[in-house]
Design a protein around this ligand. Structure first.
Ligand code: CMP
Ligand code: CMP
Length: 314
């Protein structure tokens, strides 16, 4: 009996492990598990919705899935120096920031910071790996947590759809050619899709940068105000270039750690894939050289248009 029982449990565990693989989410039987619901006041729900508005991982969910995510989220208050996540631990929750500043520490070294927006803690839940970084609150803050089971049932399942949708396109993007296939898939797992209508501003010159864009469809116009005329009334924006399917923009500020060098506007309907700065740093390190080489080309464009290159580099 014991061996039969052990055998049965082993098989069951084996099946569970298989189900936990991100690549087999369709075989997931977690749908039978009870739904997690944390009741919220109207005021809490409003704050939650605001905090989740720009979360890239939620951008490709349908309305029903998104609403289940919001139902399952719970509020968590954090104190200065509190470790929200410790590198090497198992993953319990995914977190969306409502407020607060959080250091990202990898092997004792601070590699970045979340400043009052964004989300973290998705990697351990997506890939069943130990936490890849420590996240430390540097001041009083507030987070919204999403439990592992709900994250896997909704977000990881949706990622299989995302991979099917974007795999071919991502493979065709020239910038990403040097990445390994698995790295490209990891990029697909964390990217978000955003739509813009004609004349909508996607990037504002001078703003602080927190993400990077790849054009999936439509056309994006890059416009710049001359810095030398910054205080003049006639400092109109000048068109510099246009980006179409497969091209990227918004990388410069991330590479140089400077404010956005130009503005970007949709020409007609536009769809972009968006990658946040943390994923950009983590996954696109090997593409940075290609991006840096392109700065010389930008400078030539600016010299031709304005007579100077306006110190694009740091
Ligand atoms: P996870 O590994 O679950 O827990 C730590 C989180 O830190 C990780 O998910 C990411 O969401 C986030 N993070 C941000 N920057 C990095 C980085 N450079 N390396 C690893 N994790 C990072
Ligand atoms: P970033 O500075 O982050 O935001 C504006 C983007 O416009 C910039 O990144 C580039 O991707 C893009 N761009 C295209 N041509 C130029 C150019 N000649 N100079 C600066 N930015 C340019």
């Amino acid at each position: 009996w014991r061996t039969i029982l052990e055998d049965y449990l082993k098989k069951k565990k084996y099946k569970k492990d298989l189900c936990a693989e991100p690549l087999n989410p369709d075989e997931d039987d977690e749908d039978t598990e009870p739904r997690v619901v944390h009741p919220k006041t109207d005021e809490q729900r409003c704050r939650l919705q605001e905090a989740c508005r720009d979360i890239l991982l939620f951008k490709t969910l349908d309305q029903e899935q998104f609403s289940q995510v919001l139902d399952a989220m719970f509020e968590s208050i954090v104190k200065p120096q509190e470790h929200v996540i410790d590198q090497g631990h198992d993953g319990d929750n995914f977190y969306v920031i409502e407020r607060g500043v959080y250091d990202i520490v990898v092997s004792g070294k601070c590699v970045g910071q979340y400043n009052n927006k964004g989300s973290f803690g998705e990697l351990a839940l997506m890939y069943n790996t130990p936490r890849a970084a420590t996240i430390v609150a540097t001041q009083d803050g507030a987070l919204w947590g999403l439990d592992r089971a709900t994250f896997r049932r909704l977000i990881v399942k949706n990622n299989a759809k995302k991979r099917r949708m974007y795999e071919c396109f991502i493979e065709s993007v020239p910038l990403l050619k040097s990445l390994e296939a698995t790295e490209r898939m990891k990029l697909v797992d964390v990217l978000g899709a955003k739509q813009f209508t004609d004349a909508e501003r996607i990037i504002t010159q001078g703003d602080k940068a927190d993400c990077f864009y790849i054009v999936e469809s439509g056309e994006v116009k890059i416009m710049m105000k001359s810095k030398t005329k910054a205080d003049h009334a006639d400092n109109a924006e000048v068109e510099i270039t246009r980006c179409t399917r497969g091209q990227y923009f918004g990388e410069l500020a991330l590479v140089t750690n400077k404010p956005r060098a130009a503005s970007a506007y949709a020409v007609g309907d536009v769809k972009c894939l968006v990658i946040d700065i943390q994923a950009f740093e983590r996954l696109l390190g090997s593409c940075k050289e290609i991006m840096k080489r392109n700065i010389a080309h930008y400078e030539e464009q600016l010299v031709a248009l304005f007579g100077s290159s306006m110190d694009l580099r740091d």
